[in-house]
Design a protein around this ligand. Structure first.
Ligand SMILES: [Zn+2]
Length: 648
C-alpha cells in the first residue's frame, strides 16, 4: 500500500513548474543575505503536488489547494502531526546514538546523562508497578494516625493538588507566580480501578466496599465544595487572614511541607477562592476516619499519575507494545515531564546552528506585524475610548516572542545548576516521581524568589508543566499571562517555515500564523489581559461600543469556535496587509502566498476549539476580498459571497 502511494506522490512532485506563473516570482530574501533557490523550488513543487487542478478555487479553495493531500499522506495526518513525529524521531536518534557511542561529545552536555538514564529506565519497563510509586513517597506516620493534610501537602510536592484543599503554585502574570488555594475539586471524581486498589495498603477492605466508602466521601465533599456561582474570582488574602478565618487547619505546617520552606511570613499573600467552602470541607474532614481519608488521597494520587499526558505505564497496560512504540512513548513522556532538559538537549544538538538566522527573520516579520497592528488600532474603527486604544497598542508593542520556547540570555552554568537540582536512578517509577519533584520544586522556589535577574530568565519562556495537554503546544500559541507568543521547534522547520523562503511563502505561513496568535491577544477571552498579563476590564469597555458588538455578532453567526474564527479572519487580514506593501508583485506572488497559507490546514479534522481545516481556510479567505480578486472569483461564487465582517 505504502509503495503505491509513494509512486503517486513522486509523480505529483515531478509536475513541471515551467507551466506555472512563476516568471515574476519575487525571489528576494527578506532579512537574509541569500536564499537557496533549490529549497524554494522544491517547496513550490511540494505545494503544487497537493493542488487538484480539476477543482475551481472559487468554489472551494480547500478542495483545490489540499485536494491531493489524503492521496499523498493517507488518513489522519496534518503537516503539524508529521512535524511533531520528526522531532520525536530526532530525540530517539540522539538517545540511541549516545547509547552506542560512549565517547560522543554530547555526553558532556548538562543534563544529558540524566536524560539518557531516564530514557533507559523507561524503555526497560515491562509492567507497571503502582505500589512502587507509593513506596517511594517520603515516610509518613501510620495512615490511621496522620492528619489528612500531612499527606495532601506531601503529594502537593509532586504537583498533585486536586482534592480536599487544593494548594497550588501557579503562573500569575508576566513576572510573578502565586499560591492559589481552592476547595476540593468537585468536577473530578476518582475512578477506583482494580489496578489502583491492588496497589493500596487497604488492610483487607474489599474492592467494592472501599469503592463505596470513597463514593460516599466524595458526595459529601462535592456538596460542601460547591461554588458560590455569583463570585468566580480569587481574593487576595494574607496567611494571617486565612489563619484567622479558618483556624481549624495547620496552614503554616502544610505550606512549609509542600513548598519545602523553613518559614512563610504572616503577610505573605495568596489567591484564595471560596474560603468559606474551604472551611466547611476542613470541618467535615477533621471529623472523618483518618485512614480512609489517607487511602483516598493515595488512590487519587495514583490515578493522577496514570492520567498525566503520556505516562508510558498507560501504554504498557493497554496493549502489547513493541520496543519502537515504547521508545517513542518514552520520548513523548519525557518531553512533558522533563520539559526544560529536553528542550535544552534539542537546542544544543539540533537547533543552535539554525537559531541566528531564524531569530533574525522571525523577529523581523513579527516587528512588521506589530507595527501594522498598532497602525490598525490607531484607525480606531470601533470608536473606542482613546485610553483603551493606547492600552491595546501598549499590549501589542510589549508582546514578546520565543522561538523554541527556551530560557533567554543564559549561560551553560544555568543548565548545570538545573542539572544539580534533579535526581535520577535506575527505576522508572522513581525517575518519574523525581522528574515531578524537580519541576514543582522549581516552581515553588520561583514563587518565593525575589531575585530580579533570575526571575527575568524564568519569565522569558513558558516552562511547560508535566500536565500540559498536547493540543496546547503543537503549534505556535499566545500565552496571555506572559504576553508572549511561543513558537515550538516543530513549527520552525519546513513545510511551515524556512529562513531562506522567498517572500510569498515566508509570509504565506509565518505572517499568517503570527498574525493569528497576535489576534488571540484580542479575542473575546484574552483581550482582558494587559501588557503585564494582569486582568483588566477591557471587554466590558468593548461591549459598550455598538460597532464592536456588531462585529463580534457578524463573525459569531455560525461558529461555535468564535475566538479561533476572529483570529483566523483578523490574523490573515493583518498578515496580508503586512505582506502586500508592494502591490506590484501581487499577480505573480499571490498563488504561493495562498497555497502556503492553505498548507497548514490540509488534512485537519478540527477539535473542540477549532473548526475543520477546510471550514477555517475557506472562511478566512472568503473574508478577504483580495483573494477573490487574485483568483478572479465572480461575485456570488462560494469564495466570494460571504458577508464581510469588520473586526480588528
Ligand atoms: Zn488559535
Amino acid at each position: 500500500m505504502a509503495c503505491g502511494l509513494r509512486i503517486i506522490s513522486l509523480m505529483l512532485l515531478s509536475i513541471s513548474i515551467d507551466a506555472l506563473p512563476t516568471y515574476h516570482l519575487n525571489q528576494s530574501c527578506p532579512y537574509q543575505s541569500q536564499c537557496d533557490p533549490s529549497i524554494n523550488w522544491q517547496h513550490i513543487r511540494r505545494l503544487e503536488s497537493y493542488v487538484r487542478r480539476d477543482v475551481d478555487p472559487c468554489v472551494d479553495f480547500y478542495a483545490y489547494a489540499c485536494g491531493n493531500w489524503r492521496r499523498i499522506h493517507g488518513e489522519g495526518g496534518t503537516a503539524t502531526t508529521m512535524s511533531e513525529a520528526q522531532i520525536n524521531q530526532r530525540f530517539e536518534d540522539l538517545f540511541l546514538r549516545l547509547l552506542q557511542d560512549p565517547l560522543a561529545q554530547e555526553h558532556g552536555y548538562p543534563m544529558q546523562q540524566k536524560l539518557l538514564t531516564h530514557y533507559q529506565s523507561c524503555t526497560a519497563l515491562t509492567s507497571p508497578n503502582l505500589r512502587r510509586y507509593l513506596q517511594l513517597l517520603p515516610p509518613l506516620p501510620p495512615l490511621n494516625a496522620s492528619h489528612w493534610m500531612e499527606l495532601v501537602s506531601i503529594l502537593g510536592r509532586y504537583g498533585y493538588h486536586d482534592h480536599f484543599v487544593q494548594i497550588e503554585v501557579r503562573h500569575h502574570n508576566i513576572s510573578q507566580h502565586m499560591i492559589f488555594i481552592q476547595p476540593h475539586n468537585h468536577n473530578q471524581n476518582l475512578d477506583l480501578t482494580r489496578e489502583i486498589y491492588d496497589a493500596l495498603p487497604h488492610n483487607g477492605v474489599g474492592f467494592a466496599q472501599l469503592k463505596e466508602m470513597f463514593s460516599v466521601l466524595e458526595s459529601h465533599l462535592n456538596r460542601l465544595a460547591k461554588p458560590n456561582i455569583t463570585d468566580d474570582s480569587f481574593h487576595n488574602l494574607t496567611l494571617e487572614q486565612i489563619r484567622r478565618r479558618v483556624p481549624e487547619l495547620d496552614w503554616l505546617g502544610a505550606l512549609k511541607r509542600q513548598l519545602n520552606r523553613s518559614s512563610v511570613n504572616a503577610d505573605h499573600s495568596f489567591q484564595v477562592d471560596e474560603l468559606s467552602a474551604i472551611r466547611q470541607v476542613i470541618l467535615y474532614l477533621n471529623r472523618q476516619d483518618r485512614r480512609l481519608l489517607n487511602l483516598y488521597s493515595l488512590a487519587r494520587f495514583l490515578s493522577h499519575l496514570l492520567q498525566l499526558p503520556h505516562n508510558p505505564l498507560e501504554s504498557l497496560s493497554s496493549a502489547l507494545v513493541s520496543s519502537k512504540s515504547l521508545s517513542i512513548a518514552c520520548i513523548r513522556h519525557m518531553r512533558r515531564t522533563l520539559y526544560l532538559p529536553m528542550i535544552y538537549a534539542y537546542e544544543r544538538v539540533y537547533y543552535a546552528q539554525q537559531r541566528p538566522s531564524d531569530e533574525r527573520v522571525i523577529h523581523s516579520v513579527f516587528t512588521e506585524l506589530k507595527d501594522q497592528l498598532v497602525q490598525t488600532l490607531d484607525q480606531n474603527n470601533f470608536n473606542l475610548d482613546r485610553g483603551l486604544v493606547k492600552a491595546l497598542q501598549t499590549k501589542v508593542l510589549g508582546m514578546r516572542l520565543n522561538v523554541g520556547n527556551v530560557p533567554r540570555n543564559v549561560t551553560e552554568d544555568f543548565f548545570w545548576a538545573t542539572d544539580r537540582n534533579w535526581k535520577v536512578g535506575h527505576d522508572f517509577h522513581e525517575n518519574h516521581l523525581n522528574s515531578l519533584l524537580y519541576y514543582y520544586s522549581l516552581t515553588a522556589e520561583l514563587e518565593g524568589n525575589p531575585d530580579a535577574t533570575e526571575k527575568a530568565i524564568w519569565y522569558s519562556f513558558n516552562n511547560h508543566s508535566p500536565d500540559l495537554t498536547d493540543n496546547i503546544d503543537a503549534t505556535p500559541y499566545f500565552y496571555c499571562l506572559g504576553n508572549i507568543i511561543i513558537i515550538p521547534y516543530s513549527y520552525a522547520q519546513l513545510p511551515f517555515y524556512h529562513s531562506e523562503l522567498w517572500p510569498a511563502m515566508l509570509y504565506g505561513d509565518l505572517a499568517n500564523t503570527l498574525g493569528h496568535e497576535m489576534l488571540h491577544a484580542f479575542d473575546t477571552d484574552l483581550v482582558d489581559y494587559d501588557v503585564q498579563g494582569n486582568m483588566r476590564d477591557y471587554s466590558e469597555q468593548l461591549q459598550q461600543q455598538p460597532l464592536y458588538v456588531e462585529a463580534v455578532k457578524c463573525l459569531n453567526d455560525s461558529s461555535v469556535v468564535l475566538n479561533e474564527r476572529t483570529s483566523d479572519v483578523s490574523g490573515s487580514r493583518l498578515a496580508f496587509r503586512t505582506y502586500m506593501k508592494d502591490t506590484q508583485s501581487w499577480q505573480s506572488n499571490g498563488r504561493y502566498y495562498f497555497l502556503q497559507f492553505s498548507h497548514f490546514f490540509c488534512g485537519d479534522e478540527g477539535d473542540r476549539y477549532h473548526d475543520m481545516g477546510s471550514t477555517r481556510l475557506n472562511y478566512a479567505l472568503s473574508q478577504m476580498p483580495e483573494f477573490a480578486t487574485y483568483f478572479h472569483c465572480a461575485r456570488g461564487t462560494p469564495m466570494n459571497s460571504a458577508k464581510q465582517c469588520q473586526f480588528w
